[in-house]
Design a protein around this ligand. Structure first.
Ligand code: PMP
Length: 455
């Protein structure tokens, strides 16, 4: 394994109850000042973070298996990223690329053209958030095709702006009572091998979606298909092999723009630079964000030059999109990812985690499936003796792990998935310690659950 260097000790350390007294005190101030609609899943206040640990205000050192939702792939304070940020901030923090351009933005666009799937001529435009990138990809596809319909899929998550809420599948908490939503969005079934009818192949799942698109919308009305090549918030759903290639072939044949939303899967996370690489799928447009800039806010739409260049000057942009400090962070992040071959590190993490969890799944009947790719891994929890989702168990396991100093997140349409998204720079020792804690929590809480269902 690549040796990484760290600023903070890479150790789990419990100094107080979690949350500790100071976090509890700060939480009272937070409630009086911050909107209740913004919920935090881990009730501790961070004061420092590096590599695989987050240190809280009470001095607890917690193992981070969430990476701030797949963002801090290189850690939350990588020295190269911090230095690039400081250096750029000392020169200029902002000019607005729409007023006075700068080289960092262009270099990020060049990197994206090189790293994203496909050898064709590409252009990029940069934004601040994943939702903004997805929203702009749809704008570009509609303008370039002159069509308005957009196809999204079951279990999709694309963001919280009005258009991306419409693309997102799950009502509570993302959409409920926030309508009316953008028109001309159509939802189709995707591929969810654990919950689809047994044996449904990727090609068959694609045909199921395509038949509905053709009947219900008409191929020549569809501007774009938007798909996460591994669905993130919806449950770390890996589509059956062949699903994505079949969908992309159909899209190409029908003049439909295939948008791969790789905001969560991008940048080494799944063991390739992008999840689309796994099956050689080349999207027309790809949206990226999260892991691109070592924690600084940056997102992008990258894709076919003819599509992006179809938009009139001034049709795309925003005050802060491609901020120079964020671009400097991205350039340092991408260079480090390349030099230390982080896609290979993601595959190593998969090899360390998956066999261990699959072994556990053979013992514990509440583990329905262990799945994922690279360091984007998940445990789907079910009620004993069934496939019924068990969100309560997922919550209990995550809460128990946290009380022992491990941060893990849940996700899924049914809330029953524990997802593992460690920083790729986590040490093997720390990862093994986190897995010990998680395994003990899974055993204890599953046993309690089985008893509860028996009585
Ligand atoms: N697309 C996907 C696939 C995502 O996972 C997310 C964030 N979870 C988004 C879009 C939205 O990104 P952001 O929160 O940066 O707007």
């Amino acid at each position: 394994m690549t040796e990484f260097t760290y600023r903070l000790p890479q150790k789990r350390r419990i100094a107080t109850d979690i949350p500790g007294p100071r976090s509890t005190e700060w939480e009272i101030r937070r409630r009086a000042a911050v909107a209740a609609g913004l919920a935090s899943s881990v009730p501790v206040f961070a004061v420092d973070a590096d590599g695989g640990v987050i240190v809280d205000v009470d001095g607890n050192s917690l193992i981070d298996l969430g990476s701030g939702i797949a963002v801090t792939t290189v850690g939350a304070s990588h020295t190269l990223v911090a230095a690039a940020v400081a250096d750029q901030a000392a020169r200029f923090t902002h000019t607005c690329f729409m007023v006075t351009p700068y080289d960092g933005y262009v270099r990020v666009a060049e990197e994206l053209a090189n790293l994203t799937p496909g050898e064709h001529e590409k252009r990029s435009v940069l934004f601040n958030s994943g939702a903004e990138a997805v929203e702009n990809a749809v704008k570009i596809a509609r303008l370039a095709t002159g069509r308005s319909a957009v196809v999204a899929f079951d279990h999709a998550y694309h963001g919280r702006t009005n258009l991306t809420m419409a693309l997102t599948a799950k009502a509570m908490p993302y959409k409920s009572q926030f309508g009316p939503f953008a028109p001309e969005i159509y939802r189709m079934p995707g591929s969810y091998p654990f919950r689809d009818e047994p044996g449904l192949s990727g090609a068959e799942a694609a045909r199921r979606a395509i038949a509905r698109i053709e009947k219900q919308i008409g191929a020549d009305s569809v501007a774009a298909l938007v798909y996460e090549p591994i669905q993130g918030e919806g449950g770390f759903i890996v589509p059956a092999e062949g699903f994505l290639p079949a969908l992309s072939v159909w899209a190409r044949a029908n003049g439909v723009v295939f948008i791969a939303d790789e905001v969560q899967t991008g940048f080494a996370r799944t063991g390739d630079w992008f999840a689309c690489d796994h099956e050689g799928v080349v999207p027309d447009l790809i949206t990226t964000g999260k892991g691109i800039a070592g924690g600084m806010p940056l997102a992008a739409v990258t894709g076919r030059a003819d599509l992006l260049d179809a938009v009139h000057p001034g049709g795309l942009g925003g005050t802060y999109g491609g901020n120079p400090v964020a671009c400097a962070a991205a350039l340092a992040t991408l260079e480090f990812m390349r030099e230390s071959d982080l896609p290979a590190r993601a595959r190593e993490i998969e090899e360390r985690v998956v066999p261990r969890l699959r072994e556990l799944a053979r013992e514990i009947e509440t583990i329905g499936e262990v799945r994922g790719r690279g360091a984007m891994l998940a445990i789907e929890l079910v009620r004993p003796g069934s496939n019924e989702p068990d969100a309560e168990l997922a919550k209990a396991v995550v809460s128990e792990a946290l009380s022992h100093g491990v941060i893990a997140l849940t996700c899924g349409t049914y809330g029953n998935i524990i997802r593992l998204l460690p920083p790729l720079v986590i040490s093997d020792e720390l990862l093994a310690d986190a897995l010990d804690v998680l395994e003990a929590a899974l055993r204890a809480r599953s046993a309690a659950r089985v008893l509860a269902f028996e009585s």
